[in-house]
Design a binder for this molecule. Structure first.
Ligand SMILES: Cc1cc2nc3c(=O)[nH]c(=O)nc-3n(C[C@H](O)[C@H](O)[C@H](O)COP(=O)(O)OP(=O)(O)OC[C@H]3O[C@@H](n4cnc5c(N)ncnc54)[C@H](O)[C@@H]3O)c2cc1C
Length: 376
């Protein structure tokens, strides 16, 4: 069958690879990262960065399954594309419900185990400052490079015969004739190509980069109630090299009072440098949690979180609710990363590719209802 995948981010590039490797005629459409962020008026992405946490422990069995299946294919993606994407280094997680996270991961092979705050401080230099229970998940937990993951998936898709077009799609009517199906994997700019809008919320997020020396001890980290009351939680990726050559720990978080914005407000958000309040709170967390580390420079950038009411991604057909034109291709979506989809993008893309290939949900373990798109 002939399929167009719109959105050349983490999920779209994975879906295009799986569709092309299944023998379909695939066109993958989406722009490159903007050369000058402040001048770009097209859609922005949530993935242009050097680090995203990967882990099997998680807030639900669904997310642990999506992660474990994806992690199981990282080595194959790296070997066949020749692009390094996975950096196993371990993860520490400190939150009240961490037992549940540990159980969800254990069901899929995670080795996560409880540790105490003293052990964590001596082993990593992290002073948690809270009494939440802590777990430690060893490799393959760590981080991936999301830019490299997109590049690897695109390379494999092209090796399997997919055509890549570096364009923005402004209307489904502009897509080529003769398509059997269209898969929208358009992230925060998600449902704007559909008639009725999907029920997704977009929360602008600020990311802070803290330049430091890497002593090799800092793991990926997730913490609830960090040392700045403006934040509900934080996560970080240990120091990695950024394109300007600086070695930076990347920290982000969840503000207790977060704005939800329309897609139309996002362009202005991406043209600025994030929020001053959020950046200050994140800097305070680095200072409080790593008191022995010297930060030699700070930087901040905007990003966006795309959430669904259920907290799970949407993967499903939407043409019954939103027919672009009678007799046109069927339309499916794979949208709603909920701040967690980078590590799991290969499996989210594979499930979407399988749906499009088979015409119906085919996974025997994960139910279709978990992923059914909901309209606003
Ligand atoms: C600050 C931050 C930190 C995160 N940290 C983690 C983490 O540590 N671990 C983790 O697993 N996940 C993390 N995530 C989540 C993860 O990055 C996202 O869930 C993931 O990027 C979603 O992938 P996607 O393909 O849906 O969207 P994207 O990666 O944003 O890709 C969507 C693509 O669609 C394109 N597009 C949109 N509209 C159109 C159009 N009309 N025509 C053509 N192309 C279009 C865009 O250009 C974009 O490239 C984080 C997210 C944020 C914001």
């Amino acid at each position: 069958m002939q399929v167009a995948v719109v959105g050349r981010g983490l999920i779209g590039s994975a879906a295009a690879r799986h569709l092309a490797e299944a023998g379909h005629i695939v066109t993958l459409i989406g722009p490159d990262e903007p050369a000058v962020r402040t001048e770009w008026t097209g859609p922005f992405s949530s993935h242009p960065d050097e680090g995203r946490i990967t882990r099997m422990v998680g807030r639900s069995s669904t997310w642990s399954a999506l992660a474990a299946r994806s992690i199981g294919r990282y080595a194959d993606i790296e070997a066949r594309s020749g692009i390094k994407v996975h950096f196993p280094r371990a993860l520490a997680t400190a939150l009240p419900e961490v037992d549940e996270w540990q159980g969800n991961g254990a069901a899929f092979g995670s080795d996560a185990r409880p540790v105490n705050a003293d052990w964590l401080r001596e082993t990593t230099g992290i002073h948690t400052g809270v009494s939440h229970p802590i777990i430690w998940e060893g490799p393959p937990a760590g981080h991936i490079n999301p830019r490299h993951m997109v590049a690897a998936q695109c390379r494999l898709a092209e090796m399997a015969g997919a055509n890549v077009h570096k364009d923005v799609v402004n209307s489904l009517a502009d897509l080529p004739d003769g398509l059997d199906a269209v898969l929208l994997a358009t992230g925060a700019w998600g449902s704007e190509l559909l008639g009725p809008k999907l029920d997704v919320h977009r929360i602008p997020r600020t990311v802070v980069l803290a330049e430091m020396v890497d002593d090799g001890r800092i793991p990926s980290f997730i913490l609830r109630d960090p040392p700045d009351d403006r934040l509900n939680g934080i996560y970080w990726v240990p120091p990695v090299v950024y394109p300007d050559g600086r070695l930076c720990l990347k920290i982000g978080g969840e503000m207790r009072e977060a704005d939800v914005v329309d897609q139309t407000d996002l362009t202005a958000w991406f043209h600025a440098d994030g929020g001053a309040d959020e950046a200050e709170a994140l800097q305070n967390c680095v200072r409080g949690l790593l008191p022995d580390v010297e930060v030699t420079s700070w930087a901040q950038t905007p990003c966006v979180y795309t959430g669904t009411p259920s907290g799970d991604p949407y993967i499903g057909w939407v043409d019954e609710q939103s027919v672009p034109s009678a007799g046109g291709p069927r339309v499916a979506v794979a949208i709603g990363g909920n701040g967690s989809a980078a590590k799991s993008s290969d499996e989210i893309g594979r499930l979407a590719a399988e749906l499009v290939s088979e015409g119906d949900w085919a996974d025997s373990e994960l139910p279709a209802q978990t992923f059914t798109p909901v309209f606003a």
